[in-house]
Design a protein around this ligand. Structure first.
Ligand SMILES: [Zn+2]
Length: 319
């Protein structure tokens, strides 16, 4: 599944909801007409009045009396309907079929572009393909708990980093920085990269989250496997944001290095941002990877500061 599939699926999902709503509304109005048959007669009489008026208007007849007669008839019918609805304790538009989305009248877009109703469906699809599976979807900005950082210095560091991450999402379209999250395991790197990914996917961006090992395994399977059609490494190049988690935990090999280099380099060249997290310190990176990778990571990525604590331990204690 790719970006185009997401749009097609979102479109299909919206159409299904619109159709369902249309059927439900038709049934509701039909039931209303069965309960109060006079409402149907009024509706038919109003339609009849409109079509007769159209004939009159095109005939060139300029009679003011005739015009007023049409107008009066229409107003009388509407007044009668209004009174019936009030008496039945129903809203004044109870006889009208309601749209699934009033804002776009169910077409899925407005003058400003895609309508909210379509964006909602698209964001679901984007989350679906982002790999930020159910387990990771809890890791949102809203759920981020600074109270785990007891030491005021740690707390302040994380507050700044959290603020930075939120601004990153806000400015994503115009400012496509690459981020390298370095820090000890459990310091919140995966959490914040997921929070950014989820927020951006919800806004309709094509986000791809993957661990370094899984990404390399997929390239391996593609190159040496038996032509598994479900493998699609294109997304590592195509996604609006690629999040590579836990760089350094992968099985080290020349192939792994070349995959990392190719993906990082190609995305840098095409201006597509990445967030990479690693437990390594800068000095350790140099020992683990070839200079051409290290220099890209240290020169082309911003490195927000993470507090030097293991929040996972604190979370376990609190439970
Ligand atoms: Zn809409």
């Amino acid at each position: 599944m790719n970006r185009g599939d997401c749009f097609a699926k979102a479109d299909a999902a919206l159409k299904e909801k619109v159709a369902k709503n249309r059927d439900a509304e038709a049934q509701r109005v039909e039931k209303l007409y069965q309960q109060i048959p006079r409402l149907r007669q009024i509706e038919d009489a109003l339609k009849d009045n409109i079509s007769k008026f159209a004939v009159f208007a095109f005939s060139g007849n300029k009679s003011e009396d005739a015009f007023n007669e049409f107008r009066k008839r229409s107003l009388d019918l509407q007044k009668e309907r209004s009174e019936i609805l009030i008496k039945a304790g129903l809203p004044q538009n109870a006889h009208e079929r309601r749209f699934y989305c009033e804002k776009c009248k169910d077409v899925g877009y407005t003058e400003e572009g895609n309508c909210e109703c379509f964006k909602r469906e698209l964001s679901k699809q984007m989350l679906e393909i982002s790999n930020l599976s159910a387990a990771y979807r809890e890791k949102t900005f809203a759920n981020f708990d600074l109270s785990y950082y007891k030491n005021p210095v740690d707390k302040e560091k994380m507050e700044l980093t959290l603020g930075y991450a939120k601004r990153y999402v806000k400015n994503f379209k115009s400012n496509k920085e690459n981020l390298l999250f370095m820090g000890r395991s459990g310091s919140g790197k995966t959490y914040l990269s997921c929070a950014i990914g989820i927020a951006l996917a919800e806004q309709g961006n094509y986000v791809c989250y993957v661990s370094a090992q899984d990404m390399i395994s997929e390239f391996e399977a593609e190159k040496f496997g038996k032509g598994d059609k479900t493998i699609d490494t294109r997304r590592y190049y195509d996604a609006d944001l690629l999040i590579i988690d836990d760089l350094g935990s992968e099985f080290s090999s020349q192939f792994a290095e070349s995959v990392i280099y190719n993906v990082v380099n190609s995305r840098l060249n095409s201006g597509k941002p990445m967030i990479i997290s690693t437990n390594y310190r800068p000095s350790e990176l140099s020992g683990a990877y070839h200079e051409r990778i290290v220099s890209r990571l240290l020169n082309e990525f911003l490195t927000p500061i993470f507090a030097d604590v293991d929040v996972r331990e604190l979370k376990k204690l609190r439970r």
